[in-house]
Design a binder for this molecule. Structure first.
Ligand code: ARG
Length: 568
């Protein structure tokens, strides 16, 4: 049950108002409070405190209300009946939207032959959790791993392999695709090609120009380049799969990116030409997306570059066309680095102008940067820009060190699960749009707002249930403050999921998990369960509370894609 909504709907219905409920910090006087009397006093000219005194008894008539009281200038505190809370918490927490939509989600978006950078961590984690939230609510989602598999990096890698192995037949314009070539690319070397080639290109205009030429021919279907590309594409796709598994994110519905989109370019071009939207500009072709009302620079959207090759811009527009055709979504949401905001603004405008997809149904969720303790983008120990794997490795090490220090022994899978939770939770708990500081030692603490703390709490509940030789009892039992607060916390799950979805705020899920764990641990410390002197009926009731708390915590943990180990 969405407790908050249930209570506020009932109150508004009773009073004929439309006011928001508050959840007071101090629960002693009430579980909720409302300023309904103050709002009504304004329109009727009555004294708010007097009006509150008139309304409070009316609200006490609601069948789930235990008592009401008036506070301050006219707030009404509402205390709910224990039994009502108990029964509501016993129902499965199953938030559902009343307006299911179809949503295309563009996240991950890994690149072929380029190692994953730190930003890919955020797009993957936040995109995946958002996908899980939307699914839980009953929306139909399609996740697109919009792979970078068509642009200049492909050409640079081909050019680099040509430099290393000029004897290979792939580079000839007359390459026969039937040719059997005895050449294998070493997967661990592959990711070094692009950085090597791009830094080499900086000092070598000839190499640079050659790569441009390769890009144009490759996109035109050059058989040799294509055969070589297929070799490293396969290696890259395997690596992407490993990443998906390592991060424990849902498999993508589509691993289709720029190259797939490029097939739709001729269709899109027809639409654009018919509307006269393509203009020549210094040898390139562009779409003007500037509006008269703009007060910031709004450069043209690149349709083709000066060599006539496809661009990141053009394939992104074609991808929208493709998605509209295949999924016909109500919304398309992109999760990338904030620094791509201008690109997406341009894309949304170009789509609107061409009539391919409405501007208002696009969203770009731009995330901030992961920084080190010095406030600069996180680096590895040797001072290089950290990649996605470096982050995970650093955290694995930190977890291992902590575990060794505490004298425990945990197997490798458990260590990995804890490390993954540390990384993902720390990422999720921050507002997506903000930068955050990443400190491997801090995120792996078993206490405080961390992933390991969340897992530890779940492991603890599991272990209570495992050790219990008594049956739990879901029949109502009067509750003490800690039990009651926990049950109310559980009943905030549905509201949290709805609000997280509406606000695109995945951090609400992580922070809810933390708040719930705090309530669980306060309950655990104050309400002994398995101790011998605890009467059997109370033990049975508390075991029931443990069970419902664990159900809700597990759902929350699932939304973040964390794995609960069997011991910690
Ligand atoms: N591959 C790009 C990168 O690694 C991100 C692509 C985002 N999605 C898109 N449709 N442009 O930065």
């Amino acid at each position: 049950m969405n407790l908050y909504k249930y209570v506020s709907d009932a109150i508004n219905e009773k009073l004929g108002t439309n006011v928001n409920l508050e959840t007071p910090r101090n629960r002693e006087f009430g579980d909720f409070s409302t300023n309904a009397a103050m709002a009504m006093a304004k329109s009727t000219g009555k004294n708010p405190r007097e009006l509150a005194a008139e309304i409070a008894p009316k609200l006490a008539e609601l069948d789930f209300v235990e008592s009401t009281s008036v506070a301050g200038p006219g707030f009404i505190n509402i205390k709910l009946k224990d039994e009502f809370i108990w029964n509501a918490a016993a129902q499965p927490q199953a938030p559902k939207t009343s307006t299911p939509t179809t949503i295309d989600l563009d996240y991950g978006a890994y690149n072929v032959a380029k190692s994953l950078h730190i930003g890919h961590l955020r797009t993957s984690i936040v995109g995946d959790t958002f996908n899980r939230i939307a699914n839980l609510l009953g929306h139909k989602t399609y996740s697109w791993n919009h792979i970078g598999d068509w642009g200049k990096p492909m050409a640079l890698v081909i050019a680099w392999i040509e430099r290393l192995h000029p004897e290979l037949p792939y580079f000839s314009d007359n390459f026969d695709p039937e040719t059997d070539v005895d050449f294998e690319i070493n997967p661990s070397e592959l990711n070094t090609y692009y950085p090597a080639a791009s830094s080499f290109a900086k000092g070598n205009p000839d190499f640079q120009a050659h790569a441009q030429e390769i890009k144009a021919k490759f996109q035109d279907g050059h058989a040799g380049y294509f055969a070589l590309y297929e070799k490293f594409l396969k290696i890259s796709l395997d690596m992407m799969n490993d990443t998906v598994k390592r991060l424990n994110i849902l498999p993508f519905d589509y691993d289709l990116g720029e190259r797939n989109a490029a097939q739709y370019l001729p269709d899109v071009e027809k639409i654009l030409r018919a509307k006269n939207l393509i203009e020549p500009s210094d040898g390139a072709e562009v779409i003007i997306v500037k509006r008269d009302t703009d007060n910031k620079p709004m450069p043209p959207y690149m349709w083709t570059d000066s060599r006539g090759a496809d661009t990141y811009d053009s394939t992104d527009l074609a991808a929208v066309y493709c998605r509209k055709k295949t999924d016909n979504p109500d919304k398309i949401i992109y999760f990338t680095d904030l620094r791509q905001s201008l690109h997406f603004e341009q894309l949304f405008r170009a789509s609107e102008l061409s009539g391919i997809f409405d501007y208002n149904n696009f969203e770009h969720i731009g995330y901030g940067t992961i920084n080190g303790r010095d406030g600069k983008p996180f680096k590895t120990r040797d001072g290089n820009a950290a990649g996605l794997d470096d982050i995970i490795d650093a955290v694995n090490e930190a977890v291992q060190a902590r575990v060794t220090e505490s004298g425990k022994t945990l197997d490798n899978d458990t260590i990995s699960a804890i490390a993954l939770a540390a990384v993902k939770f720390n990422d999720l708990m921050h507002d997506v749009r903000s930068d955050y500081i990443f400190d491997p030692a801090a995120v792996t603490s078993f206490e405080g707002r961390t992933g390991p703390y969340i897992l530890y709490t779940a492991v603890r509940l599991n272990s209570v249930l495992k050790r219990a030789t008594f049956a739990s009892d879901s029949n109502y039992m009067p509750m003490c403050a800690e039990e009651r607060n926990l049950m109310i916390g559980i009943l905030d799950f549905e509201r949290t999921v709805h609000t997280a979805f509406e606000n695109r705020a995945t951090d609400m899920i992580a922070n809810y998990a933390y708040d719930l764990c705090q309530l669980i641990n306060t309950f655990y410390h104050n309400c002994p369960i398995l101790r011998d002197d605890i009467p059997e009926n109370i033990r049975a009731g508390r075991l029931h509370i443990v069970q419902v708390a664990l159900n809700t915590l597990t759902k929350t943990i699932d939304l973040m894609g964390l794995k609960i180990p069997s011991e910690m």
